[in-house]
Design a protein. Structure first.
Length: 167
């Protein structure tokens, strides 16, 4: 495989930011998710507002939005984007899994109009929200885990629509 086939490498094999100046601006959207697995007691304390650091999901929501806005500061080849929208939602799973863990699923959607997509912004938003939940709750559950961090859907641009299939 030639280096020219990888868009983030120049002819010399060195990393570069892709030139998107000739690409048309289109409406773009991406939705990603992350899950935080925790002890049932931890989820109960989150629901009851008994985490000492404060309202866990409110802080995680703000952190996710901030994470999306800071994506190019964290991911070296990401373009700075003018985000038109970032939305973070949480879904709680209170029934423990086979390992005795409950979960909070974070869904992050980022939107923009521009020459490049917002997949990394959505993925960063979901990941930063998950990390924030850990930070807020680590005093009561250091064994929390992350999983299922993935792109669920994206639209816009040359490649069009992507929808993750179940499984």
């Amino acid at each position: 495989m030639k280096m020219a086939e990888f868009t983030h490498f120049n002819e010399s094999g060195r990393a570069r930011m892709v030139d998107v100046s000739a690409k048309p601006s289109t409406e773009r959207s991406a939705t990603a998710q992350a899950k935080v697995f925790m002890l049932p007691g931890t989820l109960k304390k989150i629901r009851q507002g008994k985490i000492a650091k404060g309202d866990v999901l409110a802080v995680a929501q703000v952190a996710g939005v901030m994470g999306a806005k800071r994506t190019p500061d964290l991911i070296p080849m990401c373009h700075p984007l003018l985000l038109s929208s970032v939305d973070i939602a949480f879904e709680e799973t209170s029934r423990p899994d086979r390992r005795g863990r409950c979960a909070i699923t974070i869904t992050a959607t980022a939107k923009t109009t521009g020459p490049t997509g917002v997949e990394m912004e959505a993925m960063t938003a979901a990941s930063v929200a998950a990390l924030t939940i850990y930070d807020m709750c680590k005093a009561v559950d250091k064994g929390m885990e992350f999983g299922d961090i993935c792109l669920l859907a994206k639209s816009g641009g040359k490649s069009g629509l992507y929808q993750r299939t179940a499984g």
